[in-house]
Write a protein that binds this ligand. Structure first.
Ligand code: ARG
Length: 271
């Protein structure tokens, strides 16, 4: 085949893939909740999330079925239902999420996403829907050894690729960083002595410490400027952003978000 024909076929393919995305597309995503993902005419809302983050978003076997749950997921379901859309969940590596948004492969990102100036340049961000502090997780025996941020100087630190924790860790003098796609892999590295410490959101740290033997949260307090979580949409998608902020406002005033956090925390800790 002549290379120009090949090239234009490639472009056609790319264009058809792109045009297949958006809010009215035929549904062909992975619905981890086992919903009806047939080709029904109902419009879909595709969520991009990194489901390694209890109690925000995580996998849980429910009625014998692997399901993605968490308080971010509950919020996503409410946004979809307020829009009369069917929610489709895509579980993706955290550091790919904003690209997926910009390329239109997902409609919104809810993934414990912290607002940063760089992210605000790349995508549009919602109002803050929840706040939490950062925590340092170590092996239980090292709990007192790493009790301030200063004690982490020169330590081996595991963090999630593309997260704000990666930036926090980069600011620690002499620290040797291991960046991994999944928090669960960082926990394995901690257990097997390959890293000494990890920095993660407080609620996530608590959930892992509760479920994994031999880990502890230290008294060290990582400082961050942006301690809230936001939802991301593609730059310029003001219609969806307005809808999201509306749902968040309603959930907040009804005290629903706190309720979802409590429920998800219990679910993450239950066997
Ligand atoms: N809040 C941090 C950030 O935005 C970490 C979020 C990680 N989220 C996840 N689902 N793994 O960078």
């Amino acid at each position: 085949m002549n290379k120009w024909i090949k090239m234009s076929m490639g472009m056609l393919l790319a264009a058809s893939l792109l045009s297949g995305c958006g809010q009215d597309k035929a549904n062909n995503g992975t619905d981890a909740n086992g919903g009806n993902t047939g080709t029904a005419a109902k419009k879909t809302l595709t969520l991009g999330t990194s489901a390694d983050f209890p109690p925000y978003e995580f996998h849980k076997v429910i009625d014998g079925k692997d399901t993605i749950v968490g308080f971010d997921i509950d919020i996503a379901k409410d946004i979809a239902s307020d829009m009369g859309a069917e929610l489709v969940i895509k579980d993706l590596p955290f550091d790919s999420l904003l690209n997926e948004l910009s390329s239109g492969r997902v409609d919104m990102v809810i993934s414990g996403l912290s607002p940063t100036p760089e992210r605000a340049k790349a995508v549009d961000l919602s109002d803050i829907y929840y706040k939490a502090e950062q925590a340092v997780v170590v092996r239980e025996a090292d709990k007192d050894k790493f009790n301030t941020m200063d004690t982490l100087k020169g330590a081996k630190i595991g963090i999630q690729t593309g997260s704000i924790q990666e930036d926090i860790a980069k600011g620690i003098e002499g620290a040797k960083l291991t960046s991994l796609a999944k928090i669960s892999d960082i926990v394995l590295q901690l257990q097997s002595n390959r890293v000494d410490a990890s920095i993660m959101e407080g609620p996530v740290a608590k959930s892992f410490v509760k479920n994994v033997k031999g880990l502890a949260i230290t008294d060290a307090k990582p400082e961050v400027e942006d301690d809230g979580y936001v939802i991301g949409v593609k730059k310029g998608n003001s219609e969806l952003l307005t809808q999201i902020n509306k749902t968040l406002g309603d959930l907040n005033s009804a005290g629903k978000i706190e309720e979802y956090v409590t429920k998800a925390t219990e679910l993450a800790e239950s066997k």
